[in-house]
Design a protein around this ligand. Structure first.
Ligand code: FES
Ligand code: FES
Length: 167
């Protein structure tokens, strides 16, 4: 298939690549080194590959790279890192919602999309928003707790800081 130049804006960095038309956004992102975007099923079932595309959570295995040409993409790694974690990432870690961690990048991206739209979701709204993200480890209860914790941190960050404040 004839390659075409696709420009992906990922975590604030622009990448122009010549890609065959059948390359998925998941394949393109992992090829660019964004390996925090996980390949779980490649058929839209698990949510491990979720990224934010122009603010909406999408399964990147179900988007062709050319369809994301010019779009603003954020992956979990772009939201925060070990030194400067995003409040959602802190909430997941502190709530024990990360076990093997394979689902976590997609869960965090889906949580960001939810809380951007609905800052104080109910349990049912969280379940609905994360229904496309599968986790083999946690039983989901700790993930729901993490989303509530993240909502609190985002609404009142100073109250959610541990004793001694944030680093
Ligand atoms: S890898 Fe995309 S939904 Fe499973
Ligand atoms: S923490 Fe292992 S799949 Fe979710």
């Amino acid at each position: 298939m004839k390659p075409r130049v696709v420009t992906l804006n990922v975590n604030g960095r622009e990448h122009a690549s010549a890609l065959p038309a059948n390359v998925t956004l998941l394949q393109a992102l992992r090829g660019l080194g964004y390996t925090d975007v996980k390949n779980g099923c490649e058929k839209g079932d698990c949510g491990a590959c979720a990224v934010l595309m122009n603010g909406a959570a999408v399964n990147s295995c179900m988007v062709l790279a050319w369809q994301a040409d010019g779009a603003e993409i954020w992956t979990n790694a772009g939201l925060g890192n070990m030194e400067h974690p995003h409040p959602i990432q802190e909430a997941y870690a502190d709530s024990g919602a990360v076990q093997c961690g394979y689902c976590t990048p997609g869960m965090i991206v889906a949580t960001k999309a939810l809380l951007d739209d609905n800052p104080n979701p109910s349990d049912d709204e969280i379940r609905e928003a994360l229904s496309g993200n599968l986790c083999r480890c946690t039983g989901y209860g700790l993930i729901i707790e993490a989303v509530h914790d993240a909502a609190r941190r985002l609404q009142a960050p100073e109250e959610a800081e541990p004793e001694g404040g944030a680093a």
